[in-house]
Write a protein that binds this ligand. Structure first.
Ligand SMILES: [Zn+2]
Length: 185
């Protein structure tokens, strides 16, 4: 963990490390299953909605049927709102874990513009102009400046949008594959 991460993240190594408001909720149990090897209970229905990045380096340790998962670049749910509403309205969940991670590809997307356009054109047969337009259309929607700040702002946005739903900002460190709570001040 970097010094900055150490300041901003809450490491979960015992059940007492989980913030009291999340203990014994679907959010706290996700932390226990994933980090603390809590014995799996059996579930018939989803308890939780998880929003996380599409990045391939992450795998969550939790029981079958435990959660809906929406994966999107940077754990950005701005363009997945109908699915969030569905998980609440029809799926019955009342808790959301929003999980960012370090070394996210959505940070500084503009720096990978040429690689993106060239790669897309070569792989798909698109012209470079079409690939370039595609990048310029979508990159601003998905680019994030900093993984932790983005998750905190997205948490705030979702809390405003869904006031009665409990939403926890979390972070996945790809080095140790553990989940952390993000400190909120
Ligand atoms: Zn990512």
């Amino acid at each position: 963990m970097t010094k900055q991460q150490d300041l901003l993240l809450i490491s979960i190594q015992t059940p007492e490390d989980i913030l009291p408001k999340y203990r014994n909720t679907p959010i706290g149990k996700l932390l226990e299953y994933h980090n603390l090897n809590r014995q799996f209970e059996s579930y018939q229905n989803a308890q939780l909605l998880i929003g996380m990045c599409m990045d391939n380096r992450k795998h969550l340790h939790m029981p079958d049927n435990y959660a809906f998962i929406i994966r999107s670049g940077g754990a950005n749910l701005r363009y997945s709102e109908f699915k969030v509403s569905y998980a609440i309205a029809v799926g019955g969940v009342r808790h959301i874990a929003l999980i960012g991670h370090n070394n996210c590809g959505m940070v500084n997307l503009m720096a990978r513009r040429d690689q993106f356009i060239k790669g897309l054109a070569e792989a798909t047969g698109w012209g470079e102009e079409q690939a370039g337009d595609h990048f310029l259309h979508f990159a601003p929607m998905f680019e994030i400046e900093n993984e932790i700040d983005f998750i905190l702002s997205e948490t705030k946005r979702l809390r405003d949008r869904y006031p009665k739903i409990e939403i926890a900002p979390m972070f996945y460190l790809v080095e140790d594959n553990k989940l952390y709570l993000i400190k909120e001040t």
